[in-house]
Design a protein around this ligand. Structure first.
Ligand SMILES: C[S@@+](CC[C@H](N)C(=O)[O-])C[C@H]1O[C@@H](n2cnc3c(N)ncnc32)[C@H](O)[C@@H]1O
Length: 238
């Protein structure tokens, strides 16, 4: 069955990053599972919608954890597999999978779903799947687009959609004509495609976020940051 989100990420794997580059140990603090407030060792981690690099970071920083990294996009997984091989990271298993079809129950101590739930039709259904796959006491990290942080990008994306611009070449030509600066996430091809050519995006304000959180009774929020987008850490009831 056709899936516009999968087709998008087959064409524009995310993020784009030179294959040989490795972040510093300090840069990996945010993916250090010992800092996620889990009251035990994380034996099993699921990275949902892993894209082309995050599993390399988790694998390096958490060498004793068994990691399953899944994504819709075979292109992203191919790049990730190459990175893991190049950098000698062996504790990550990759699978091409739509997590909405997952039947996993109580399988993971930790789940990372960073920048993914806002790209599915019904985020509440996705959150329920993730909660079910967590073990009691396990933690989930979510990143969701904030309406405030995405306001300008979403305005631009609406214009791009109204003009039916569907590829990077036409997009960059249009931006040049309109003198729209390509800064920040708009400065790389994959960032530009992710921001402006994406077929399915939800953005959250406090109310929508609260509705999403309240829809899943087995999870409680232990940390909520809104530096730019929302980053939540949630724990499953024991
Ligand atoms: C914006 S990228 C984020 C990648 C990664 N989490 C990161 O932070 O670098 C979103 C990723 O989610 C994947 N994705 C979207 N919907 C998915 C689904 N239903 N099942 C599995 N992966 C999905 C996409 O293929 C894409 O690689």
């Amino acid at each position: 069955m056709s899936n516009p989100v999968r087709e998008h990420y087959e064409k524009y794997p995310y993020p784009s990053y030179p294959l040989f580059l490795l972040g510093s140990w300090k840069d990996l603090e945010r993916v250090d599972l010992d800092r996620w407030g889990l009251n035990r060792e994380a034996r099993d981690l699921w990275i949902v919608g892993c894209g082309s690099i995050s599993a390399l970071m988790f694998g390096r920083r958490n060498p004793r954890t068994r990691i399953l990294a899944t994504d819709l996009s075979s292109t992203s997984l191919r790049r990730l597999r190459m990175r893991l091989w190049l950098h000698g990271v062996h504790n990550v298993r990759l699978e091409q999978d739509d997590f909405l079809n997952s039947e996993r129950v109580n399988d993971f101590d930790a789940i990372d779903c960073y920048g993914v739930l806002h790209h599915i039709e019904e985020p509440k259904t996705g959150l329920h799947k993730l909660a079910r796959a967590l073990r009691p006491g396990g933690v989930l990290r979510l990143m969701l687009y904030s309406m405030r942080a995405r306001a300008e990008i979403e305005k631009l994306r609406s214009r791009v959609q109204a003009l039916k611009i569907a590829n990077l070449k036409t997009l960059t030509a249009w931006m040049d004509d309109e003198e729209i600066a390509r800064l920040g996430e708009l400065s790389s091809a994959s960032g530009l495609a992710d921001a402006l050519l994406h077929p399915l995006v939800h953005v959250f304000d406090e109310h929508k976020l609260r509705e999403l959180i309240d829809s899943e009774k087995t999870l409680e929020v232990v940390k909520l940051e809104e530096k730019s987008n929302f980053i939540l850490t949630m724990r499953k009831n024991s």
